[in-house]
Design a protein around this ligand. Structure first.
Ligand code: SF4
Ligand code: SF4
Length: 316
């Protein structure tokens, strides 16, 4: 296959941009239309209390330890140059995450797969080479690439170069975003993005700041910009029982969907606690104590939004 960049003149050798990627998930069906390859970038401006990818928050590579897999062989302790791994008299394994320099020696030494490093530096070329392998599936299903995270646009130059490369080669591009990157970044990348999966996390500045660490101001400015330049958006709404649900919230979602002609539909993302185990693996505490909703609750949220008018609302 002939691989082109956006101008068909720049060679891959000139695209030296690299990014820190923590996962590439193929055959994803929950990150935009069709069959997709989701590329998860490290780093995020927000700190959502329910974050389901806590390993994405830091922009740096980081060590993860799965205690359930550890058999206490102490090989990691023997190879680590920074004394990150230690064992107490009862044989309990302690990990000093702060001292880790992510050299990976303990990961190589562990025969139980109990250790891993989240984050790998990759070039645009390397990621694109992975993505383009599945073009036949994208074309058959209406799928493509989804740039996700973390907040993908925190690594803006990388995402811009990758989006340009994908567009030039006929790959549909989605960007999943918290909405809090620089406004200029949205304006610049928009011509190379077919669809933004744009989060709507909470209604009201105070609550938004409490739950995510940032007010709504920049997010609202960026959502408005995408409407002005007519970039397609799916509004993605995480629903966290006991945290962000209220009649005001449902009404605000409905109002946005009715006012902004670029919003194709609203997707409801029911709370799940997948982030809990991952937070523990990287030595962090998990900030939410919410119940996983049942189908009735999820349907009632969808109905609560639809109550305000003819709005396309689906489950993500
Ligand atoms: S990655 Fe390197 S520094 Fe970090 S715990 Fe393993 S051996 Fe030690
Ligand atoms: S090398 Fe792996 S299995 Fe052995 S003590 Fe370290 S983490 Fe546990």
């Amino acid at each position: 296959m002939l691989i082109k960049d956006s101008t068909s003149q720049t060679s891959f050798a000139q695209l030296a941009t690299t990014g820190v990627v923590f996962d590439i998930q193929k055959f994803s069906v929950n990150d935009g239309p069709g069959v997709r390859t989701a590329v998860f970038m490290k780093g995020c401006q927000m700190k959502c209390v329910w974050c389901h990818n806590p390993e994405s928050l830091s922009a740096q590579k980081q060590l993860a330890f799965n205690a359930d897999k550890c058999v206490g062989c102490r090989h990691c302790e023997q190879v680590c140059p920074n004394n990150v791994h230690s064992f107490d008299a009862e044989g309990n394994h302690h990990v000093d995450f702060e001292a880790c320099q992510t050299c990976g020696q303990c990961v190589d030494a562990c025969m139980q797969d109990a250790l891993k490093i989240y984050g790998k530096e990759m070039s645009v070329e390397q990621v694109f080479a992975e993505v383009i392998k599945d073009k036949v599936y994208f074309d058959k299903s209406g799928g493509g690439i989804t740039l996700s995270g973390g907040e993908a646009l925190k690594q803006f130059e990388f995402c811009l170069a990758l989006a340009k490369m994908c567009k030039a080669n006929g790959v549909h591009v989605c960007v999943e975003t918290n909405g809090a990157s620089k406004t200029d970044h949205y304006r610049t990348i928009a011509p190379y993005v077919d669809l933004f999966l744009f989060d709507y996390k909470a209604t009201g500045d105070e609550l938004h700041k409490t739950l995510t660490g940032m007010t709504r101001r920049l997010v609202d400015t960026n959502l408005q910009l995408l409407n002005e330049i007519n970039s397609s958006v799916i509004l993605r709404c995480p629903m966290i029982p006991g945290y962000n649900l209220s009649d005001d919230h449902f009404a605000a979602i409905a109002q946005l969907a009715k006012l902004m002609t670029n919003i194709q539909k609203v997707e409801v993302l029911p709370y799940h606690n997948f982030g809990k185990g991952k937070a523990s693996e990287i030595g962090k505490t998990y900030g939410v104590d919410a119940k996983m909703p049942d189908d009735n609750e999820v349907n009632s949220w969808i109905a609560s939004i639809k109550r305000y008018g003819e709005i396309n609302v689906t489950l993500s």
